[in-house]
Design a protein around this ligand. Structure first.
Ligand SMILES: Nc1ncnc2c1ncn2[C@@H]1O[C@H](COP(=O)(O)OP(=O)(O)O)[C@@H](O)[C@H]1O
Ligand SMILES: [Mg+2]
Length: 79
């Protein structure tokens, strides 16, 4: 598995365009591609035709953080 991050603090640098075209190109070559849109404006998500979603990566990251801070207690095995 390869992880490709496209990041730059500068806006308008071509991150969204690169991410979309690169992911589509890799998928067309037969690669399994998972695109994670980490930007709250979600332009990359919208570029794939997804109009709206109540759950975003922010929710996923909050959930992961909450689990790390307060891990669920392990259930005792029933006898
Ligand atoms: N390789 C490129 N050549 C010319 N224009 C580009 C290129 N990549 C992106 N753009 C244009 O630049 C603008 C900003 O691109 P975008 O991908 O939205 O940047 P970012 O996500 O970094 O803010 C868009 O209008 C896009 O069409
Ligand atoms: Mg962008």
């Amino acid at each position: 598995m390869k992880i490709i991050s496209i990041a730059n603090r500068k806006g308008g640098a071509g991150k969204t365009t690169t991410a979309m075209n690169l992911s589509v190109a890799l998928a067309k070559k037969g690669k399994k591609v998972l695109v994670l849109d980490m930007v709250p404006q979600a332009n990359l998500t919208f570029s794939f035709g997804i109009k709206s979603s109540t759950e975003t990566m922010v929710h996923v990251l909050h959930a992961i953080h909450a689990l790390r801070v307060n891990p669920r207690p392990r259930r005792k095995k029933s006898k």
